[in-house]
Design a binder for this molecule. Structure first.
Ligand code: SAH
Length: 223
């Protein structure tokens, strides 16, 4: 993918003004972390969706990214990111479900290094091209089934899962560091998922429920 300066700068519905409006809406909806808000305004979401969808990129909605998957709604991206950072700075994050690469790009501006895995080859390849073109150099991605996490770089103080499993895979719990937090939508139907924060303690795991959400299903195996 070669991006022209016009595409990168954005025109009309993809301009900086449109992005700033999105930031204001996120603030109105309760996002408080200024660094998260600024990052949401600076990362060009229109370059993470197909060109035909670009004019809708700064609406607060999930959008199709091909292969039956969706880029998450900006509010949900902002909220998950805010919760991930609420206990202080994080140096390393594992994301399961790269999709378009948007959530990873947001995180890359707020942490030292992002590891992200995607099970669908086509999405993995497209997101990689974006990371390169937009120079998100601290994002490392891999085509694999995230049920197994990415053990070689673990344990992690922060794990974010952007597809909904019915139950949290054991390997992901194991790769969570003591004191580490995982944000994951749990539920086996699109209409019944709850965003959970799971914290690993010295003796086990604690969990807290946030709001109800709608994510694509977490599936095993690669395609
Ligand atoms: N974070 C993404 C959201 C994409 S939707 C973004 O910002 O665009 C969730 C993604 O999770 C889909 O691309 C889907 O293919 C992927 N996914 C689902 N189950 C997975 C698994 N077991 N391992 C890796 N990726 C998975």
């Amino acid at each position: 993918m070669i991006l022209s300066p016009v595409q990168i700068a954005g025109i009309g519905m993809t301009s900086q003004r449109t992005r700033n409006r999105m930031m204001d809406r996120l603030r109105d909806r309760g996002i408080e972390n200024e660094r998260v808000l600024e990052t949401m305004a600076s990362v060009p979401r229109h370059l993470f969706v197909d060109e035909a969808m670009a004019t809708r990129a700064y609406e607060d909605s999930a959008l199709p990214i091909g292969d039956g998957q969706t880029i998450s709604q900006p509010y949900v991206v902002a909220r998950m990111t805010e919760v991930l950072l609420e206990e202080g700075p994080v140096s390393k994050v594992l994301e399961v479900g790269t999709g378009s690469g948007y959530q990873a790009a947001i995180l890359s501006q707020l942490v030292d290094v992002v590891f992200t895995v995607e099970r669908i080859r086509n999405l993995y390849e497209k997101s990689r091209t974006r990371f390169r073109a937009l120079q998100y150099r601290n994002v490392h991605s891999r085509h694999s089934d995230g049920s197994w996490g990415w053990g070689a770089n673990g344990p992690y103080k922060a794990i974010i899962v952007t597809a909904a499993p019915a139950t949290v895979p054991e390997a992901l719990l194991e790769q969570l560091d003591i004191g580490g937090r995982m944000i994951v939508p749990v539920g086996n139907q699109r209409s019944q998922q709850t965003l959970m924060v799971i914290t690993r303690t010295r003796t086990g795991f604690e969990q807290r429920e946030l709001n109800d959400v709608k994510f694509v299903p977490f599936l095993s195996g690669k395609s």
